[in-house]
Ligand binder design. Structure first.
Ligand code: 3H9
Length: 708
């Protein structure tokens, strides 16, 4: 195999380039590890070499970490521990290398890549947005196992290191510089010279002097054992609150850091490798790695075979300057840098939408994601009107008006009269089939669904819904533009509710049935949060808006009959003006931007007396199984093209617990035979909505699964 490390020596400095042949990114495989060792040995012996300057040969990527495929192939904890110890040993050689090593970082520097950089003696990074540094291992269910849990806290202090490691956070170069991970921040064209210069200075005896950021408080907390104990106690509390014991990696990483600081580097490394070994073979890690690869595959998948070249969108027009429209506008400007024109019925609404869109830009500025200059440039891209002016130049129009077929069709007619023939019309409907909306279209082949989730700036999913008549070029255009907006795009079939709302509906409805049987509002939420959802079903209803949920529910009921009829509980709340968080009152009360507890008036309104309802295990069983059953049924109808898409959409769309791998993986884990048995028993007691679907019955009969 061709080597991945090459070097040339000039003026006493060996300039080493890492370029893994045939791969889009550099990753550290077993073979690469051996090559590193051999290379450093050779350079160590070479009397011509006084120092090393290390770079990546990839255009915009430094090192993406250890090869994930290699570690998932491992089946025993002992083997994984050896892998980690091997990585540590290699980096120990770099750290103890007799000649100084400077590293020039441009592009993603993640996991084992950052661990390598930390072992080097001087770090220079470019200030380019693609330069990101981080230890994302816990997001794969493991921990930084090549010395990262030891070197990072020693460099920047326990508090800042835990902040990064426990959340698997990736930081831009400027932040990494402020934290002290990077010694120098430079524009890309001078990276090489500055790094080589640093190597040369170190060869001449100069040593970087580092002062930890964080001031007196930082010293108090990091610089002495008592302060550190406080830091660890707070971090542990925080981890338990966010993971609820469902993810073992952050706690293990915390232990590796703490153990190392207490017992010294060598003991810390040993403990780190042991814990890495244990984590690497857990089911949670396997599930998280599957999600990583599924997401990576989706980045390249346009949802159709032989996708035509997408239309390049430079101008986006949006109809409806409400919460969704403004969210789409702000996100499109920030992420894709396109010109955005908003239209609504009157100028007051347009102005409100523009302000809301601008808030997304302001937030980015506040979090230093964009500069003042970029902010000013992006703000200028937003404009609006109460007529369709400017629509003639848009390549893509997204409508985000009220969820009502007649209203959406009217908008489509008006837009078609205002745009060019080639423009794409996308509806942000959450439930109404695109074919129905397109019935009134003159150019139905240019009509598609782009279903964003709320809040648009934060939710990572986009459902793209072509109708039978949508042209392939329109599909690739919608997917490509969704990606430019930073979304994971999943192409789904044009059935009512598509995928996400289709499988959420029975879950929400079941929560309504349980309420009427006496389950307490906050108890339902608490149970599902402990099962792994970010919020429970009742809070989710309040967030989505009860009026929106009622509309969606009406469409699904009409399409699928009694099985998806809304629980009687919800319409009473809508009639009472309880529309959820946006109205300041739903099941919960809201004030000052915060949730203020369950509103006792709701029980009275619904005529219910919370008495605990069914026991906890049954509540969870009913809520989960009704969703899995609907998901399996929708797969049978071809709503998603592959189980992978269904699982990723559920995880990214409404936070189905990632450690369970998604509803279809979870169904596989439980097994169809068990699911069918439990659903049948529930159907006997609670009615036909639990009747197991044909897909599960067939799987149970044949012993098959969603995933091979
Ligand atoms: C680790 O380091 C453990 C150590 O602490 C201890 C060890 C002892 N491995 O995403 P893209 C593939 S754990 C294997 O489309 P982008 C990816 O699957 C690692 N493969 O590009 C895809 O393959 P294909 C911690 C990897 O520009 C191709 O490269 N590191 C790895 O959008 C292109 O990827 C991470 O978790 C890998 N480490 O984004 C970082 N990385 O072409 C994971 C990438 O066959 N990686 N591939 O479909 C990323 O976050 C992104 O890939 C990155 C580039 C930001 C680097």
């Amino acid at each position: 195999m061709a080597g991945s490390l090459t070097w040339e020596v000039a003026d006493g400095i060996a300039v080493v380039t890492f370029d893994l042949p045939g791969e889009p990114v550099n990753k550290i495989t077993q073979a690469v590890k051996e090559e590193f060792i051999a290379t450093f040995e050779t350079l160590g012996r070479d009397p011509e070499v006084n120092a090393v300057a290390f770079f990546s040969g990839k255009r915009d990527a430094f090192i993406a970490g250890a090869d994930i495929e290699e570690f998932v192939a491992i089946t025993t904890a002992a083997e994984a521990e050896r892998l980690s110890a091997g990585g540590q040993a290699m980096l120990e050689r770099v750290a103890r290398f007799a000649k100084p090593v400077a590293v020039g970082i441009h592009g993603a520097c993640l996991g084992g890549g950052l661990e390598f950089a930390l072992a080097c003696h001087y770090r220079v990074a470019t200030d380019h947005p693609k330069t990101q540094l981080g230890l994302p291992e816990v997001q794969l269910g493991i921990l930084p196992g090549a010395g990262g849990c030891q070197r990072l806290p020693r460099l920047i202090g326990a508090r800042a290191a835990l902040d990064m490691i426990l959340a698997g956070k990736t930081e831009r170069a400027a932040k990494a510089f402020r934290l002290g991970i990077v010694d120098e921040l430079v524009p890309p064209p001078i990276l090489r010279d500055i790094t080589v210069g640093a190597a040369r200075r170190m060869a001449g005896g100069w040593r970087p002097r580092r002062r930890r950021s964080g001031g007196a408080l930082g010293w108090l907390l990091d610089g002495n054992p008592l302060g550190r104990r406080l830091v660890f106690r707070a971090a542990r509390r925080q981890v338990l609150a966010t993971t609820r014991g469902n993810y073992p990696a952050p706690l293990a990483a915390l232990e590796a850091v703490e153990y190392g600081l207490r017992h010294g580097m060598a003991e810390g490394l040993k403990r780190e490798a042991q814990l890495f070994g244990q984590l690497a073979v857990t089911d949670v890690s396997r599930k998280l790695v599957q999600i990583f690869f599924a997401t990576t595959q989706l980045k390249k998948d346009f949802g159709i075979s032989n996708p035509p070249k997408p239309v390049e969108v430079r101008r986006l027009a949006i109809v409806g300057a409400g919460f969704m429209g403004a969210g789409i506008a702000g996100t499109a400007v920030v992420q894709a840098g396109v010109d955005v024109r908003m239209k609504d019925a009157d100028l007051a609404r347009v102005a409100k939408g523009l302000v809301a869109a601008r808030e997304i830009l302001d937030d980015r500025l506040k979090r230093r994601r964009i500069t003042r200059y970029e902010h000013a440039r992006l703000v200028a891209l937003l404009s609006g009107d109460d007529r369709y002016t400017g629509f003639g130049r848009a390549e893509l129009v997204i409508e985000a008006v009220f969820e009502d077929l007649a209203v959406k069709q009217q908008v489509l007619r008006e837009v078609e009269a205002a745009v060019s023939d080639g423009a794409v019309f996308a509806s942000n409907t959450s439930t109404i089939p695109i074919a129905r909306i397109a019935e009134v279209a003159r150019r139905a082949e240019r009509v598609i669904g782009m279903h964003f989730f709320s809040p648009v700036a934060r939710m990572p999913l986009l459902e793209v819904i072509p109708s039978e008549r949508t042209a392939p070029e329109v599909i690739s255009t919608a997917v490509a533009f969704g990606r430019r907006m930073g979304k994971t795009a999943v192409v789904v079939r044009d059935r009512p509710g598509f995928w996400v709302n289709r499988i959420l509906a029975p879950y929400m409805n079941e929560a309504g049935h349980l309420l009427l049987e006496g389950a307490a509002i906050d108890e339902l939420d608490r149970l599902m949060v402990s099962w792994g959802f970010p919020v429970g079903p009742i809070t989710l209803l309040d967030e989505v808006g009860l009026d929106v949920a009622e509309k969606a529910s009406g469409v699904l009921h009409a399409a699928f009959g009694e099985r998806l009829a809304a629980a009687p509980a919800f319409s009473k709340l809508v009639q009472d003006g309880r529309l959820g968080r946006k109205a300041g009152r739903g099941f919960y009360r809201y004030g000052g931007g915060r949730k203020r507890g369950v509103d006792p008036a709701v029980s009275e309104l619904l005529g219910i007396h919370p008495n605990g309802g069914p026991h906890a295990a049954e509540i969870i069983q009913r809520l989960v199984l009704v969703m899995l059953n609907e998901a399996a049924r929708a797969v049978g109808e071809g709503v998603v093209r592959a189980p992978r898409d269904g699982d990723i959409a559920a995880i990214f769309g409404f936070g189905f617990p990632p450690f369970r791998g998604g509803p279809l993986r979870h169904a596989d884990d439980l097994g169809a035979a068990r699911l069918v048995g439990e659903l049948e028993r529930l159907a006997e007691r609670h009615g036909g909505r639990f009747t197991p679907c044909d897909v599960l019955v067939e799987q149970a009969r044949r012993g098959s699964k969603f995933y091979l």
